[in-house]
Design a protein around this ligand. Structure first.
Ligand SMILES: NC(=O)c1ccc[n+]([C@@H]2O[C@H](COP(=O)([O-])OP(=O)(O)OC[C@H]3O[C@@H](n4cnc5c(N)ncnc54)[C@H](O)[C@@H]3O)[C@@H](O)[C@H]2O)c1
Length: 323
């Protein structure tokens, strides 16, 4: 079977590709496991570090219908649609956010419709669809009330995925991802970038400036658990998703202060001294609109997972990225 990962050169896209290569199979249209023969990694930049013959690296704009027609052919049965611009960028450049986060998804779904083979589509939405006047804990039934362009674009895509699925054009599933941390590499333009920076930079001996106060709540999930959940979402029968639309993934409720303390326990108290606290009102405004606590009974019943505690998240980063 053939798989397409949009945003395949990105943080989660490349981790997902490696996990799929190791696993070797995915559920085909019948629901039975089928051998993966090809994984196309479509991104605006070339995915690096893959030498497996099953990987096809493709560069192009996911918001260009001609590029999508080339990447999503009728032989592709599974799509993980991850290409996106992050929250900070979608907020500062409205046109860019609308093009990549909204238009590209419609183009992808239209191509799938044209192909007529009803591929499984896993769409990565975000807890940024929630904001504003929220209950102390977000429930499975809490309505999406985004307070930023990124969250609004994700919410609009969820609705499209649901409706294209209802019409039988795709077999789609949308997952609302928590803040995925610890992200390796460089800081990005996500407003939540600090949630990785405050761990990653000190563990690499570098000072990190935290733009939000220590009591800021974060709904967090490790990359390992996130990739596990993306694959799990693909493997579930569409009946498991019912008519309720996007799934709020499980995560850990923690605070920025607790995250730094976990790093101190795992890697030594001196790492904590490399975090400097300096509030940034623009970041704080966006982050404060996001919820920090959830009840995710539906996702847990469906078999989605979360990390045991933040110490485990820090340990996983050290094991996977620093050794
Ligand atoms: N990482 C998180 O904390 C988090 C949280 C919630 C939701 N998500 C969602 O998960 C998905 C993956 O996130 P990530 O952290 O891996 O992000 P990322 O920025 O590392 O990856 C996204 C990829 O999309 C690519 N891209 C952007 N515009 C493109 C275009 N026009 N054409 C082709 N490719 C393009 C980028 O080059 C990048 O490699 C995204 O949809 C994101 O919104 C992530």
């Amino acid at each position: 079977m053939e798989v397409l990962i949009t945003g395949g050169a990105g943080f989660l896209g490349s981790k997902l590709a490696r996990q799929l290569l190791a696993r070797g199979t995915l559920a085909g249209p019948s629901g039975q496991p089928e051998k993966i023969s090809r994984i196309t990694l479509l991104d605006q930049v070339a995915a690096q570090g893959f030498d497996d013959p099953r990987i096809a690296v493709m560069t192009g704009d996911a918001a260009d219908a001609a590029v999508i027609a080339k990447a999503l052919t009728p032989s592709v049965q599974s799509v993980f649609h991850l290409a996106a611009v992050v929250s900070g960028e979608a907020e500062s450049d409205f046109d860019l956010g609308m093009r990549i986060n909204l238009d590209a998804t419609r183009i992808l779904l239209e191509q799938a419709r044209k192909n007529g083979n009803r591929p499984r589509v896993v769409f990565t939405s975000s807890v940024a669809v929630f904001g504003g006047d929220l209950p102390p804990k977000v429930l499975d039934t809490t309505p999406a009330t985004p307070q930023g362009s990124y969250g609004a674009q994700k919410a609009m895509c969820e609705l499209m995925v649901t409706d294209y699925s209802r019409k039988g054009f795709v077999d789609g599933r949308s997952l609302r991802l928590p803040t995925v941390t610890v992200r390796p590499g460089k800081a990005n333009k996500a407003a939540s970038s600090f949630a990785s920076g405050i761990i990653r930079e000190p563990l690499n001996g570098v000072v990190s400036i935290c733009p939000v106060p220590p009591d800021t709540k974060v709904w967090a999930l490790s990359p390992r658990s996130t990739v596990h959940n993306l694959i799990h979402a693909h493997e579930l029968d569409s009946a498991a998703f019912g008519s309720a639309g996007a799934v709020n993934l499980p995560g850990l409720t923690t605070t920025v202060g607790e995250m730094v303390a976990a790093m101190g326990r795992v890697a030594g108290a001196e790492t904590m001294k490399l975090v400097e606290w300096k509030e940034d009102p623009a970041i704080l405004r966006l982050v404060r609109t996001w919820p920090g606590d959830f009840v995710t009974a539906r996702a847990e019943k469906m078999g989605f997972v979360h990390d045991a505690n933040f110490d485990e998240v820090v340990k996983a980063y050290v094991e996977e990225e620093l050794r």
